[in-house]
Each structure stands twice: as C-alpha cells, then as structure tokens.
Design a protein around this ligand. Structure first.
Ligand code: SF4
Ligand code: SF4
Length: 91
C-alpha cells in the first residue's frame, strides 16, 4: 500500500506534506506533487497535514480520483532513480 496525491493538490501545492514526510518520498510533478508508491511507508502523516484533503491511502482513493493512483506511479516508470533525484522534494 501507499498514499496517493489526487487532483485537489493542483492549484494549491503548498508543500505542507513535504514538511512532515519522514522519508522524503514526495516529488515535484509540475502542477502537483506525487508520492513514490514503492517508498511510502504508509504512515499517513502527510494526509493529516494536507489542507485540501488531496492525499489518500491508495485503497481509499475516491472513485472519481482513481486515475491519480496511476498518475503517481507513472511518474516513476520512465525515469531511473538517479533521474528522480532532480525532482525529489525535501523540507
Ligand atoms: S499538502 Fe496537499 S495541497 Fe499541499 S502540496 Fe501536499 S498534497 Fe498538495
Ligand atoms: S504516508 Fe508517510 S511515508 Fe507516505 S508519503 Fe505520506 S508522510 Fe511520506
């Protein structure tokens, strides 16, 4: 399991989640941030901090936002871990 960033992040992107993630698994995907699904430890701290409730556990993502599960995962599929580093966000 992993947490997933959905559409409510777009237009807000205030980075509150980055400040609490203990393992720095958020990345800058342009209009929104995304979470590395293979790194997320499922702690839930980011979901609690998000002011617009954009972050859900993957199994709890609302049906209308289901495409964002793949959107988060897709970000990591066409890049090497070395390339990801350029987009990694740290507090
Ligand atoms: S806290 Fe929520 S709105 Fe802010 S950057 Fe993170 S996911 Fe986006
Ligand atoms: S659930 Fe925890 S580990 Fe996963 S992205 Fe959020 S703060 Fe980071």
């Amino acid at each position: 399991m992993a947490y997933v960033v959905t559409s409510a992040c777009i237009g807000v992107k205030d980075l509150a989640c980055i400040k609490v993630c203990p393992i720095d698994c958020f990345y800058d995907a342009g209009e929104q941030v995304v979470i590395d699904p293979n790194a997320c430890n499922d702690c839930g701290l980011c979901a609690f901090e998000c002011p617009v409730q954009a972050i859900f556990r993957d199994e709890d993502v609302p049906e209308a936002e289901a495409a964002y599960i793949e959107r988060n995962a897709h970000f990591f599929k066409n890049m090497s871990p070395e390339e990801w580093e350029a987009f990694r966000m740290r507090a």
